[in-house]
Design a protein around this ligand. Structure first.
Ligand code: VL7
Length: 134
């Protein structure tokens, strides 16, 4: 049985989100707002089908995918760059590789104890966020 991410999760801590946003080329004013946010994630997982909705008072973002199936991602409302993305299991982690203009772009989610982790990667920057069940 793979990990079960289903549920609603609230951000409780964030490490180096600023560095990640700089690497993505997000402008100063947007970064100042973005780093104050406490986004909520709603995971819907059915077998290898996922939807992850990230909402906040400022911007929201929805991604839907099946494990192992490449999809076009538009990152609308984030950096607005298009990339080709694919998500795979690595043990109990889900690992997304986002191929496009930015090198080494992607993210990993996993559950540790009662917490949901998200590692965001872009170029040489890594940001780690922790979420707790709502
Ligand atoms: C999504 C933000 C910085 C713009 C606003 C910040 C709004 C709420 O990729 C992500 O999640 C994955 C894994 O769960 C699913 O798509 C992280 C936040 C990345 C990048 C761009 C700053 C403006 C945050 C949407």
């Amino acid at each position: 049985m793979p990990a079960d991410f289903n549920g609603t999760w609230n951000l409780v801590s964030s490490e180096n989100f600023e560095g990640y946003m700089v690497a993505l080329g997000i402008d100063f004013a947007t970064r100042k707002i973005a780093k104050m946010l406490k986004p909520q994630k709603v995971f819907k997982q059915d077998g290898d089908s996922f939807s992850i909705s990230t909402t906040s008072t400022f911007r929201s973002y929805l991604v839907e995918f099946r494990i192992g199936e490449e999809f076009e991602e538009d990152n609308k409302g984030l950096d607005n760059r298009k990339c080709k993305s694919v998500v795979n299991w690595d043990g109990d982690k889900i690992v997304c590789v986002q191929t496009g203009e930015k090198k080494n772009r992607g993210w990993t989610h996993w559950i540790e104890g009662d917490d949901l982790y998200l590692e965001l990667r872009c170029e040489d920057q890594v940001s780690t966020q922790v979420f707790k069940r709502a």
